[in-house]
Design a protein around this ligand. Structure first.
Ligand SMILES: [Zn+2]
Ligand SMILES: [Zn+2]
Length: 156
């Protein structure tokens, strides 16, 4: 995504305030490592593993991999982040958005590319699950990921 210099500065400033509000709202103290890690995530970004987060952090944040793991665990505990199972070796995290951001992913088994699916295909399935269940009145959430080959990997 291309942005002019000015827009980037404004976006960063808003983003910083947003990140700090999210931390405080969940009972966290605003610290350098927490701010740096949470700033890497947005509703639009692809899920990331702890290693990927670590690699994306600029070295001058001084955040090590152990801190990334620990911070992500505390974010997950407070519900800021959720982990998703993308059938990869590592655990992937994404920001735990509200229901309007409900989505799924398709993962390429060839190159590992992750695409977000904004349209949920699973609502009828959730209703079926509830109506077929002996003990549940309703299904209120679901997680579902898709796996396959992306167009460029499918060519080879
Ligand atoms: Zn691929
Ligand atoms: Zn869904």
């Amino acid at each position: 995504m291309k942005k002019t210099k000015n827009t980037t500065t404004t976006t960063n400033r808003n983003k910083k305030a947003e990140v700090e509000a999210l931390l405080r709202g969940n009972g966290f103290k605003v610290t350098g490592p927490r701010t740096a890690i949470l700033s890497l995530f947005s509703e639009k970004c692809a899920p990331m593993s702890a290693e990927q987060i670590f690699k994306k952090l600029s070295p001058d944040t001084g955040v090590d991999l152990v801190t990334v793991y620990r911070t992500m665990a505390s974010f997950e505990e407070k519900g800021i982040m959720k982990r998703i199972d993308l059938h990869k070796d590592a655990v992937y995290f994404e920001i735990n958005g509200d229901d309007t951001h409900h989505h799924h992913h398709i993962v390429c088994n060839g190159c590992g590319k992750i695409e977000k699916m904004e349209k949920c295909p699973a609502e009828p399935l959730a209703r079926t699950a509830a109506s077929h269940s002996a003990h549940f009145a309703e299904v209120t959430a679901h997680s579902l990921e898709f796996f396959g080959m992306c167009k460029s990997c499918a060519k080879h």
